[in-house]
Design a protein around this ligand. Structure first.
Ligand SMILES: Cc1cc2nc3c(=O)[nH]c(=O)nc-3n(C[C@H](O)[C@H](O)[C@H](O)COP(=O)(O)OP(=O)(O)OC[C@H]3O[C@@H](n4cnc5c(N)ncnc54)[C@H](O)[C@@H]3O)c2cc1C
Length: 339
């Protein structure tokens, strides 16, 4: 008989559980219902009391200032203590940078096994976890006899659990943690300002800029500055996340005019990222296979290209506008309340 522990952590404000943690809660609830298994939720936070409200199941929590920030020694000790208290056979957690850093060590201390980048948990009789290999081209279903089995879930694969504060939790237990001597002091966080942060995993729309934005346009000139303005204006108004094709981000190394806010972190594709968003809009991009492979988890795909023969028109997009992206995005920005 399986028993399930979902490990969660607070966001950087400490005021709520992260969205990805709430996705893991959904996965845990679904699995527990399917297996008729016992479910426990573990919380790692400085002040977990108010975070358990509305989770509607047994909660174990560690608390105290050392757990306010991500740090290997404290997070690993916290997750280990929560697992020892719950003695679960299956442990689910989000594949956040905070948990990805410690969970292999926790699985080792528990004498168990771990799999990462899990996207679904299914299986008729046994528990099966699926994950993608070879840059999201091959999907494998994994089953293991080893217990405890730790599964790190990719964000964006489950709906976040909706906590209703009115359903306050009844069973919450504080778990003591024996901390090792701490050699790492977290002195603060350095992050780009929100306005400079163009990669937004929670955005409804992925906007992808291709190399066409920097190419000669029908008037024989390049219009990189205008391209930059149109793209940033659209991102500010729509809250979209910004992706790019490899050709465009590579140009920075070739001494060409480039859009200064793009880096290889924005690159979507075979050698780039595979983001998850409900919708995607590719602009000035040809829709080549190594690029489009990164669109695997985009729900509805649209593209704007001057070339009626581009890759998007060959079954890779739901809607293709054969049009000048400069004109289209200018008009879209106006409709969104532009200059
Ligand atoms: C092993 C390997 C791995 C790769 N990995 C990746 C990867 O991870 N990610 C990736 O992106 N690529 C990857 N590539 C490269 C990929 O094959 C393409 O070369 C690249 O994605 C092309 O980028 P692009 O479409 O932006 O540029 P281009 O092919 O130059 O296309 C530009 C497009 O813009 C259009 N255009 C120009 N002006 C306008 C305008 N005003 N309005 C509308 N449209 C306009 C043009 O018609 C053209 O279709 C990889 C290649 C290899 C071999």
């Amino acid at each position: 008989m399986e028993s399930i522990l979902v490990l969660t952590h607070a966001d950087e404000t400490g005021a709520t559980l992260t969205r990805a943690s709430l996705e893991a809660v959904t996965a845990g609830k679904e699995l527990a219902a399917r297996l008729s298994a016992e479910l426990t939720i573990g919380i790692v936070a400085a002040k977990p009391q108010h975070l358990s409200k509305g989770l509607r199941c047994a909660v174990l929590a560690v608390e105290g200032e050392p757990f306010a920030q991500a740090r290997f020694a404290t997070d690993a000790a916290a997750c280990e203590a929560l697992w020892r208290a719950a003695q679960a056979t299956i442990v689910l957690a989000t594949h956040s940078s905070r948990f990805a850093r410690v969970m292999a060590a926790v699985a080792h201390r528990a004498g168990g096994a771990i799999d990462t980048h899990v996207t679904t948990i299914g299986g008729a009789e046994d528990v099966e976890a699926t994950r993608w290999y070879y840059r999201q081209r091959i999907e494998a279903a994994l089953a293991r006899a080893t217990r405890p089995w730790f599964l790190l879930l990719d964000a964006g694969t489950h709906a976040p659990f909706a906590c209703e504060a009115s359903h306050s939790n009844v069973e919450e237990m504080a778990i003591p943690v024996e901390l090792p001597p701490l050699r790492t002091e977290v002195t603060g966080l350095r992050a780009p300002q929100q306005s400079q942060q163009t990669i937004r995993p929670d955005a409804k729309l992925l906007f992808v800029a291709g190399a066409g934005w920097t190419k000669k346009q029908p008037d024989g000139q390049v219009h990189v500055e205008e391209a930059g303005r149109l793209i940033l204006d659209f991102l500010a108004k729509s809250g979209a996340s910004l992706g790019s094709s490899k050709s465009l981000v590579d140009q920075g190394g070739e001494g060409n005019s480039v859009l200064p806010f793009l880096t290889h972190l924005n690159q979507v594709g075979q050698t780039g990222s595979t983001p998850r968003h409900p919708k995607g809009l590719a602009t000035c991009c040809h829709g080549e296979e190594p690029h489009v492979v990164g669109w695997r988890f985009i729900g509805e795909r649209r593209a704007i290209s001057l070339d009626a023969n581009c890759g998007w028109t060959r079954g890779k997009a739901d809607v293709v506008y054969v049009a000048d992206a400069f004109k289209v995005m200018k008009r879209v920005n106006e409709l969104l309340g532009g200059e």
